[in-house]
Design a protein around this ligand. Structure first.
Ligand SMILES: Nc1nc2c(ncn2[C@@H]2O[C@H](COP(=O)(O)OP(=O)(O)OP(=O)(O)O)[C@@H](O)[C@H]2O)c(=O)[nH]1
Ligand SMILES: [Mg+2]
Length: 264
């Protein structure tokens, strides 16, 4: 139980089989968990048809309806922690993220990072085939986030990430409030505020070839207001407490080393 790639899906019938085949086909021991929100196009049925081909490697969690990217990932994180995975990845289904970069994200974490971000905006990173308005929106969002939050991350909206288990265990996942792309900023901001070491690994992001975008105005609005909200909340003393998983603190206090220290 080492590495699991969580892929949220909503109407990805054109991509889902290929992306699963490519990730598992790399034979680098990446397991795959699909979180499908009852896609009307039958994405989940395609995943199920592959179970026999990939026993113990491919998993599916089905939710009742389109509940958003953020809650899909939170669901997946909890599932992965429960199963004991050490390296937990976020990746889109639409091949915007190249599965061959998964290994670089993994190695960055193996070499000391607590989380590794597949970044378009560091040296060596790039965006291919995206229309000018999408690039402007994405770059604008990154700049805006950095100005408001001072978070030293060049690609804060990136959705291609490797989290080590300890980051997700330390976080109060139920306190993560955003559902759309602001979710990506919120997760990185929380990890940074908790003092975790963040690495940015250059990637080339490609526009989706198949299927349709789920981007909409509501997602943009949530991002703009959400970043302001994060900054505002972080100015209060109890913010750190709110970010922290209380069970994890209890677990640490009860750990054998701490107990033996106490008894000395
Ligand atoms: N489970 C679930 N997955 C979602 C939801 N919204 C989007 N996704 C998935 O999240 C990933 C990213 O969504 P995309 O629509 O590709 O968003 P994007 O990459 O910003 O935009 P485009 O690539 O231009 O479409 C894809 O795998 C989607 O299928 C949702 O509400 N629930
Ligand atoms: Mg996409």
């Amino acid at each position: 139980m080492e590495k699991i790639v969580i892929i949220p899906t909503y109407n990805e019938k054109e991509n889902i089989e290929n992306i699963i085949n490519v990730v598992i086909g790399m034979q680098l021991n990446f397991h795959v968990l699909i979180i499908d929100d009852n896609s009307p196009d039958g994405t989940a049925a395609i995943v199920k048809s592959l179970f026999e081909k990939y026993p113990g490697v491919l998993f599916l969690e089905e939710r009742k309806g389109k509940l958003g990217l953020g809650t899909a990932y939170i669901h997946g994180f909890k599932w992965a922690l429960d199963k004991g995975y050490q390296f937990i990845f976020e990746m889109d289904a639409d091949f915007s993220h190249n599965p061959s970069d998964l290994q670089n994200l993994y190695l960055a974490c193996k070499n000391g990072a607590d989380l590794a971000i597949g970044s378009r905006y560091v040296k060596g990173g790039a965006v291919e085939n995206w229309p000018a308005n999408r690039i402007a929106l994405s770059k604008g969002a990154s700049l805006y986030t950095r100005i408001i939050t001072w978070m030293p991350v060049k690609d804060p909206t990136a959705g291609f990430v490797c989290y080590t288990k300890k980051v997700l265990e330390a976080m109060n996942l139920d306190g993560i409030s955003f559902v759309g792309y602001a979710f990506q900023i919120e997760m990185k901001f929380a990890a940074w505020k908790l003092g975790f070491k963040i690495a940015e690994v250059p990637i080339t992001f490609k526009d989706r070839k198949l299927g349709v975008s789920k981007m909409n105005k509501g997602i943009v609005k949530e991002g703009i207001l959400g970043v302001l909200k994060l900054r505002w909340n972080s100015m209060f003393k109890d913010y750190h407490k709110k970010l922290t998983n209380k069970n994890d603190v209890v677990a640490k206090v009860l750990s054998p080393t701490e107990v033996s220290l106490e008894s000395k």
